[in-house]
Ligand binder design. Sequence first.
Ligand code: ZN
Length: 282
Amino acid sequence: MSLEKVSDILKMADRAKTSAIAFNCSDYNNIYAAITVAEELRKPVIIMLYPEHAQKNNWCNPKSFAETVKSIARNVKVPVGLHLDHCTDPAYILEAIRDGFSSVMYDGSMLPVEENIVRTRAMADQAHQMGAEVEAELGRVGFAATVTDQSDADMYTKPEVAAAFCEQSHCDSVAVAIGSAHGFYKETPKLDLQRLREINAATDVPLVLHGGSGIPDDQLAIAFREGINKFNVGTEYFWLYGQTLKKYYADPEPDFFRTPEAVQAALIDYLRRKMTLCTMTV
Ligand SMILES: [Zn+2]
């Protein structure tokens, strides 16, 4: 199949009262594993590129990434979405859209709300004209390494601001800060599910949860029923990939030609568990 619009995947998830799972990827191996497992389990999947990874790696530029996802998606029947994760640079976003990303995140969460609205709207209006969609962020999802980031309610999304933000920013989806954080958690996160209910009641756009490496499944099940339609996972998927390669090459005489196969087995095993969090089948 050709790529599916991320907004269509999120609508499907919303109707099924669940969330699509979105994985940060960096190369053929981890993209291929995610799409293969989606096909096996008949789940939609969203493949994301984090711009910083593309800047450190000549192979991994938006164009080559988009073409890789498209070529693998062509051979499966489930919906595959392509998304540019956290980006603060409008020029980079426009370039990525031209390179094939029909869904992008403009992250204005570091700005005061009024400025976040103005800049997100400018980005969204341009993106819409080019046929692309924009995920915004309201409140700020911080970093798990700084424990206070996940427990500091001042950084959380304010339900009373959410409706006006979504309307005025013209965003297509919005990432919310409700107690999750990026990276591995030092303390088990406790999502503010009441806040999520209030944000969901106040807004019409799909809600996105970032910081998916280590939130207990029972909290996720509730969050997915209460309005989260896109769930971002990055750190634990990359970590597993790295650990798998390390273990494989710890063998004094590794078979180099079996590397992709050895990596796939571990990634697939993890993905089967993670993707089951999305309760719909297509
Ligand atoms: Zn994020």
